[in-house]
Structure formats: structure tokens, C-alpha cells
Design a protein around this ligand. Sequence first.
Ligand SMILES: Nc1ncnc2c1ncn2[C@@H]1O[C@H](COP(=O)(O)OP(=O)(O)OP(=O)(O)O)[C@@H](O)[C@H]1O
Length: 547
Amino acid sequence: AGTKTRRVLAFVRVKPTSHFAQDMIKLGSDNKSIDIYIRKSPRGGIVNNTQTDWSFKLDGLLHNASQEMVYEAVAKDLVSKALQGYNGTIMCYGQTGAGKTYTMTGAASEYRNRGIIPRAIQQIFKSAAEFLNILVTVRISYLEIYNETLFDLLAPALGRGCKDNQLTVMDGPQGVYVKGLSIHPVSHEEEALHLLFEGETNRVIGEHSLNKNSSRSHCIFTMFIECRSRDYTNHKCLKSKITLIDLAGSERLSKTGSEGQVRIEASYINKSLTFLEQLVIALADPKREHIPFRQSKLTHVLKDSLGGNCNTVLVTNIYGEADSRSPPSKHEAFELFKKQAGRVIHRVFRENKRILISRKKRSLSVAQKINRIKQQMEAIKEALEAQKQKRRQEGEEAKGQVIIDEEEFSLILKLKELKEEHKAGFTELQDLKAEIQYCQQLVDKCRKRLISEFEIWYNESFYIPEHVREALKPGGNIRPGMIPINRVTCLDEDEQDKFEQMQEAVLPDGPRSVSFYRARMKTDQKVTPEWTGMEETTWIIQSQPLP
Ligand SMILES: Nc1ncnc2c1ncn2[C@@H]1O[C@H](COP(=O)(O)OP(=O)(O)OP(=O)(O)O)[C@@H](O)[C@H]1O
């Protein structure tokens, strides 16, 4: 009470598309408004009072905006204010695949396309390095809320147990705190980025989330900042925090057809987003006395990150695609799947394929070596035969005494050596053949698994009700179940490999990208299991329960 609540700034980011839905979405020419027109649903019946037009006033419309432009518009000012003691919160809201994670974290492999979180980390550390008389301390936490349970995404990264990282939100004299949360002090930009990337990985492969679409959880990345004077006579300390939230995908709320686990998740997401909405509405109303913070884990955790002296920005990510009722094409969805829900199995598949290819290459080179040895052996045998002939002609054998000269002796030794090499090569080749066969089986198994999990995920994620299916044009390639499995199977992985290799080969963009790439590499090295034995490969596949 008494504190002036700052207004929540609202931005809309439209995912770039080649088929922009001009009939449905009108973007204001001043970039500060958006109008949405929805065709009436045929399900509405004769009396159909469903609202079909909406107009929204915004603080900014981000259409065809680069990651850098988004950061400038949404975050830069908020982050610099955090260094002056103001709390700042940025939330991304929107449908699955609309670009929330892209906006918050960004594309994993490209510096240029890094999102708000890595840019905020960089801005903080860059500013901190420029302050002469101020010592800046940064601590980081990374939380995930899944089905109203809190998880500490940094627990495994900081060497804590993965199993007991479930947390409780508590109210204390200092405000809200999360019991048992790892809040890690970081001294360096690279270390902070590394923690972010590690947390991201845990978000996808965490025990509770092995089979879930990443959009079914809320992720909260927080930087606690303390600025104090280096002059020890001045004890003043400015404390603030920046909270960056990737909210769970919102599209399942109205979806019919979801069952079991999916339905439970949807209901949790539904509730928590509704409570968040109520909270934002309550905060905006100066007459409201009671602010319902405790209704859900999300609102409870965000108690001191919303309202009050906090700068808050809401980014709504939307699809601008024409006919956005249709699910994405299977090809597009498969790409998404490999990055999200199917990430683990896809990684196992690729790793097995890599092993298979390396074994095949090795086996080829061993076979070539064996051939060379064989040729050398033939040549030596011929030479030895010639020597024998020579001796025969000279009648030595008749005398019962064989005298071998030095040359012949060394040929015999060489032949013996080659025979051993040949034998060893042959054994290695046999072993490699067995390994290749085994690897091939694993690769096939993984491919099957990848595809069957994809099919399940696709149907779960983009299930369309009967009436919409009917509305879709016949012969279109977006109808579920209409694309034969073998078309998915033949998605050109090798082309993709080539592309990824090319991406890796691209030089870092500018000196500040080095810490980004190094932190990424560290995460990748740590996360990728040691693929030394086949047993481990099998173990990972077997340990993945079916959805
Ligand atoms: N502005 C953009 N420019 C280019 N690619 C984008 C953009 N927004 C999203 N994408 C791409 O679209 C795909 C889906 O985006 P993203 O994963 O960020 O969606 P999401 O809303 O976080 O989905 P989920 O809720 O499932 O986590 C990704 O491959 C991402 O790289």
C-alpha cells in the first residue's frame, strides 16, 4: 500500500512467416496496436455470441524484429535500471511454438540469435566491468514449475542431487523465498552463461520432464544483483533482481481431445496462467487491497517480482501464420520435436549414428590395410619363391644344405611380421563387423523410437477436432496421420548434418561471442554422455519410458 505501482509494459512479438494472416491480424501503423479478427466457429450453433474481434493497445509491436531489436525494445532499459536498484521482470507468454523460448533464451547454436537472458547477462557483466568504484555481485537461480511442483534447474549443475531438488515457496521476514534453492554467486559472464545453458539442459532432460513437451512448465531465471561502493567507509548497498520468465505454452487450455497426463498438465497450466492474469489485473487496480499472490506456485514465487517498484514487461508471442488453426506441417513439427520433447532420443539417435559411421570408416580403413598387407605378402612370397628357384638351380638342396642369404632371411622375417599384422587386422575387422551390426540395430531402433514418439507427440500437440479437419482442404499435406511414416523416415538427416556442421564451422561473431560459445561448449561436453561403450547407449534407450 502506498507504493506507486508501475504499469506493466506490453509487447507482442509476431513469429515471422511467409504467409502472414492479413485477414486476421491487423498491425497498427504506429506499431502500438494490434487488431485480431477471428471467423465465427461453426461449433457455436445458431446463437453464436462468441467474440470475434479484439483490439489491443501495446507499448510495441515486434514484427520481423531481430533478437537485437527485441532486446533493445524490451529489456535494455529494464536491465540498466536494475543496476540502479529497481527490480525488473520480463515474461513471455504464448502458444507452443510461437517463440517464447526463442525470445527468452534464443537459438542455442548461434550467437547472433541469442535471446534476452544471455543478452541481459552480458549487459550486467559489461556494465559491472565499467563501474570503477562499485562492486557488483551477481547471484543466479533458475527454477522450473511443472504441475505445481518447483524444481531447481541448477541443482545438478552445481553438483547437488537431482532427485531431491523439489522446492517449497515460503514467506519470510525478507519476503518470499524458495526453500532449498541453489542461488549461485557468479563472478564471470562465461560462468553465468554456462549456468543458463546447464539449466536449459536440465529443463529438458530432468527426470520429471523426460517425456514432456518443454512448454508445459514455467521457467524462471533470476539474477540477484548487489551493488556496493568499493569505498569501505560507505556501507550502502543497492539490491535488485531481474526475473526472466518463459511461461508454459497456453494453447492446450481450449484443446479438446487431450487425455491423461496431457490433460493434467493442461489443467495446471490453465490454472496458473489464470491466477497470473488475475494477479496482473489486481495489481493494475489501485483500489484493490488484496493481491492474490498465494493462489499458485507461480504467483507466489513472483510475489516481489511483480508490481511495487518493479518494472514489468509482458511479451506475448503469437503466430502470424495464415490459417493458424492448422497444425504445422510434419516436417516443421519434426524439427520442433527434435529440439524439444524428442531432444534426448534424437541425441541418442545421432550419437549412435555417429558411432556407426565412425565404425564403418574404421572398418573400411582396416579392410584397405589388410589388402595392402596381402599385396605385400604376395610380393614377398614371389620373391622368396624366386630365391628358392635360384637355389634349386644351383643344386644346393641336393647337397642337403640350405644356405639362406641375408636378403632372403629378412624377407622371411618380414613375411612373418606381415602375417601377424594380417591376422590382427582380420580379427579387428571381425570385431568391427559385429559392432557395426549391433550399432546398425541400435540406430534402427532409435529411428523407430524417434518416429513413434514423434507421432504420439504430434497427435497430442496438434490434435484437431473433427469439424476443423473437415474444413481442411482435401489433399493438403497438413492433415494428421496423412503423411506416411516413410516420408518422415526419409527426412534428410544427412543434409541436416551437413547444415549443422556448416553452422559449427561459422566463425564467432565478434569478440563478445567467445564467452557465449565457450559456455555452450562446456555445457555440451558435460551433458553429452561418454559414448565409450555400447552398454551405455543401450541403457539410455531402455531408460526412456514410453509416454
Ligand atoms: N522470431 C523468430 N525467428 C526465427 N525463428 C523463430 C522465431 N520464433 C520462434 N522461432 C523458431 O520456432 C520454433 C519454436 O519456437 P520456440 O521453441 O521458441 O517456441 P515456444 O513458444 O517456446 O514453444 P514451447 O512452448 O513449445 O516451448 C523454434 O525452432 C524457434 O527457433
